[in-house]
Design a protein around this ligand. Structure first.
Ligand code: C5P
Length: 305
């Protein structure tokens, strides 16, 4: 009797072991869900791997967006542009009769890692030979008067996005996306006038179907959260860099850095010393932030020469 019981226990134990082993070998661990196909994704779970900076939900304006009053109040004083929120809303609704209801953003493509080159206008680009590296990225974002002609070897010759505001506008080709920053009510009126007079022009300044207007609430968020409210408001270059973190999964930064006298001198100009400085922008704080983002491998920074 004892022998039968022992054999039964042995049989049950072996069956249990075989059953368990079968389950273990069939086990398929859940696939890690990744938000991008790069080696490292920027905003995993909505925040950066640095200071827990969050992704801003709407960096560009769209037709149905309603700018909160507190964001408008920040915006209306940065360049003493004034105006009321109802005037702002009226003007923006006219803009959205002329441009697409939503910014022409491309969805992330699964299995792809979209890369951006953000090209600031520093003289450190001269003799850098960064041109091919800049052109190699999916998006090439240039800022204000930043351009290629005559500097191709150092700054590249592709431009997918041109960041500008009315005073720094330039003739774009039909495929470049104009990324418009507004700093005052007159800038919005400029957009309306510029687009509505396009039919009577020989060549429109830009393709109105590709226009993207940056959300003032996003600009305020960069000033308050990323730069801890330093100085009047962030530079267009710094805001473009943060914007790139929102539209690309990998961001390469070129052409940022003042000269030894603290001037934001430009690669195409021979400006007299001490005439440029960094305007009303927190140049040092921005640069420290760019260095910290580099150190934490959020961006790839290129020093230039
Ligand atoms: O001067 P501008 O606004 O045309 O330059 C574009 C951006 O490039 C600036 O807003 C600034 O962030 C950056 N820049 C820089 N160092 C320079 C020139 C420009 O970091 N020497």
């Amino acid at each position: 009797m004892k022998t039968i019981a022992r054999m039964l226990i042995l049989f049950l134990s072996v069956s249990a072991i075989l059953f368990f082993w079968g389950k273990v070998s069939q086990y398929d661990p859940p696939q890690e869900r990744r938000s991008c196909a790069c080696d490292k994704c920027l905003f995993e779970n909505g925040t950066l791997a640095f200071q827990n900076l969050s992704k801003f939900s709407q960096p560009f304006l769209s037709r149905n967006y309603n700018l909160p009053e507190e964001d408008f109040n920040w915006w209306r004083v940065i360049q003493h542009g004034g105006g009321t929120i109802s005037e702002y809303r009226r003007n923006m609704s006219r803009v959205f009769q002329l441009i697409p209801a939503n910014p022409p953003l491309e969805e992330s493509i699964p299995g792809r890692c979209r890369t951006c080159a953000v090209v600031g206008n520093s003289r450190n680009l001269l003799k850098s030979k960064y041109g091919p590296l800049i052109d190699f990225q999916d998006y090439v974002i240039r800022i204000n008067m930043g351009h290629s002609k005559g500097f191709e070897a150092d700054v590249g010759n592709r431009t997918t996005h041109q960041v500008m505001y009315p005073e720094s506008s330039s003739q774009l080709d039909n495929t470049t996306r104009p990324v418009l920053f507004t700093f005052k009510m007159r800038d919005i009126q400029w957009i309306i006038k510029n687009i509505s007079t396009q039919p009577s022009r020989k060549k429109p300044l830009f393709n109105k179907d590709l226009v993207m207007v940056v959300n003032p609430a996003f600009m305020r968020n960069i000033h308050h959260v990323w730069l801890q409210r330093k100085d009047y408001y962030p530079s267009t270059g710094f805001m473009s860099l943060v914007l790139a973190l929102h539209i690309c999964e990998e961001v390469h930064v070129f052409g940022f850095g003042a000269d030894s006298d603290g001037n934001w001198s430009h690669y195409w100009a021979n400006e007299p010393k001490n005439e440029v400085k960094t305007g009303g922008h927190p140049g040092n704080v921005e640069f420290e932030m760019i260095m910290a983002l580099t150190k934490h491998k959020v961006i790839e920074f290129y020093n230039g020469r």
